[in-house]
Design a protein around this ligand. Structure first.
Ligand SMILES: Nc1nc2c(ncn2[C@@H]2O[C@H](COP(=O)(O)OP(=O)(O)O)[C@@H](O)[C@H]2O)c(=O)[nH]1
Ligand SMILES: [Mg+2]
Ligand SMILES: [Zn+2]
Length: 253
């Protein structure tokens, strides 16, 4: 388990209008932000490189009504204007996302400098080169604090059930109308979720992503709890052995 950031008000979840764009990954970041009681904002960079952004915006906006979606060219003045709502004096904001999506470029734009190193992505798969290798806080002249982070290769959730519920609130509330409390929304009779899928109100893929995140969360939380209890048991054993040893040493003295 690794902590990503602390004391953040807004998490800008950065992805580009290219192959990096991935709904399932965005849902993970949003669940994480909801769980931490942070405002998530989806920032779609490289809008200048595509002929239209509407499809990206529609897909991103469909994740949650509670999340704003911003499209921009991360270079130049656009970020200052379009992110101003969240980058107020006294606020701390963080740029999160894969390598190469423009997190450092955005930080430079807010700072009005070019001093943070950025690097071109690979042409063939739009993947970044992990140019930023550490997290760093930058103090914007207007009084806002910006955290630039290294690109994350993978994000798994643990202990984030509350956040997952937030992203899939509609499915959660539908599930309460299923005939059985423990409905798995597979073949059970009276399943409100399957009915909504049948009506075309919900995509099967979305239900699958919800299931996957829930399963992963349960698995990770359980293995984390197990690891913690093993660590505890190990710690106890070490203390016991050390005690016995010191006891013996004292007797030998
Ligand atoms: N055309 C264009 N290039 C961008 C944009 N945002 C970032 N880039 C370029 O993408 C590359 C990776 O950006 P960088 O800020 O290093 O990404 P990071 O790994 O997320 O910090 C650099 O070459 C940037 O100049 C954008 O909105 N439009
Ligand atoms: Mg960077
Ligand atoms: Zn059901």
């Amino acid at each position: 388990m690794q902590l990503i950031a602390a004391n953040v008000d807004t998490a800008f979840i950065v992805t580009s209008c290219n192959q990096d764009f991935n709904i399932a990954r965005l849902e993970r970041y949003i669940a994480l932000a909801f769980d931490a009681d942070i405002t998530p904002v989806i920032v779609l960079t490289k809008a200048d490189l595509v002929s239209g952004t509407q499809n990206y915006v529609d897909d991103a906006q469909a994740i949650s009504e509670q999340v704003s979606v911003v499209t921009l060219d991360a270079r130049g003045d656009e970020p200052k204007v379009k992110l101003a709502e969240w980058c107020k004096p006294g606020e701390t904001v963080a740029f999160l996302g894969s390598s190469g999506v423009g997190k450092s470029t955005l930080t430079n734009a807010l700072m009005g400098t070019q001093s943070i190193e950025t690097q071109a992505i690979r042409e063939d798969d739009a993947k970044g080169r992990h140019t930023t290798t550490r997290r760093q806080l930058y103090f914007v002249p207007n009084g806002c604090i910006v955290l630039d982070t290294p690109g994350m290769r993978e994000l798994q959730l643990d202990d984030a059930a509350f956040g997952i519920d937030g992203v899939f609130a509609d499915l959660r509330s539908l599930a309460t109308q299923c005939q059985f409390n423990d409905c798995r929304h597979m073949t059970e009779p009276g399943c409100a979720v399957r009915q909504a899928i049948g009506n075309g109100e919900i995509e099967t893929a979305r239900l699958d992503r919800w299931r996957k995140l829930l399963a992963e969360e349960v698995f990770n939380s359980a293995s984390l709890a197990e690891r913690r209890s093993k660590d505890k048991a190990f710690g106890k054993m070490v203390r016991r052995v050390t005690k016995q040893k010191t006891g013996r040493n004292q007797r030998n003295d």
